[in-house]
Ligand binder design. Sequence first.
Ligand code: HEM
Length: 385
Amino acid sequence: MATGIERKLAEPSTIPQQLEDRPLAQKTSAASLYGWVDERLGLSDLVAFTRRKTVPVHRQSFWYYWGGISLFLFLVQCFTGVLLLVYYRPGAEAFESVRQITFVMNFGWLIRSAHSWSANLMMFSILVHMFSVYFMKAYRKPREFGWLSGMALLGLASVFGFSGYLLPMDELSYFATKVGLQIPMAIPWIGPIVAGLLRGGPDVTEFTVQRFFALHVVVLPAIFIPLLVFHLWLVQRHGNALPPSEEARPAAERKSIPFLPNFLRKDLAMWLISLNVLALLASVFPWALGKQYDSLSPAPMGIHPEWYFMSPFEMLKLLGSFLPGEAGEVAGILIFTLGIVLWLLIPFYDNTKESGRRARAAHYFGLLAVFALLATTLISYWTVR
Ligand code: HEM
């Protein structure tokens, strides 16, 4: 006769397959623990949902991983950032505390190097993700909010980068921030107010570090994290978009894999590869710390911001060179802002599944953006040498 436990196990269950495959003794304790948690948190609903979720498989599926890679690198940022926070001291002691982290604390150099490299890799993967989403036309109905929230995340990630760059207060970060803050200054009326507010005075000083620090560790995460949750929730709601080439195929010929465990396993493999790339870069090329800044000394040669700001700086410079003086600077900012607004509004222009004139125009606009980004980055590096 079947025992109570055996009868219970014979019932159709909602327990994940991994638990089902275990030996009997383990299975009963794991199952009862799962049952206990499930009763309180409704895990079965989540398991049932993830089992239903599928991810399309086609020639461009590789690009589906870049959002996940960006997410992973953001998690690395949070983890290493909290560790740095243990010893970092903003304000007048900023440089000294980073010197101690780099040269005195055990593995401080590695954590700092991982944080800085991961920030750069994250910006790179966000850009790859943005362009792949763009060329797969994943911004079209009903994913407009995915596109807009993504653009807001890119904007915030750039401000994360800009504010973090100043925190060591070495020569490079000091002068690059000084130059960077001159850009908002060119915007009539509000520019000087914004720049003054960020600097905490007429010049970049310890007060500026204090403000950038508050922005970097409190204000930005408080906006970024809820926005990221919204962005990920949208992906869950709408699923992954099909590129137009797949959309054109008959539904019966399209392939897909379950999200759990198949896609998740591949996603995790990509995270592991990213972690390896990060570990290699952070340990083989440790992040440098320059000389302490000196506001009285002249700016050294070759001062430049991080690579992802080189293109916008160069674009502003080129666009502004058509008119002399301040008018040129303002015109540069206006044309640049117009380009960004057009990029933001693309889901409302190319908004049908058709491959007509608008779809082609959006495609060429995307190619132009990639070309402009690469060309201006190269020109910019060429000219700062
Ligand atoms: C920290 C920044 C970001 C993170 C962590 C992130 C994360 C993700 C993840 C995990 C996905 C699902 C998998 C995928 O399709 O890759 C996704 C999808 C998407 N993302 Fe992002 N993303 C970020 C920034 C952006 C940016 C800058 C844009 C564009 C402006 C964007 C637009 C989209 C869109 C439209 C989708 C839906 C794609 C589809 O349905 O196939 N995201 N994002």
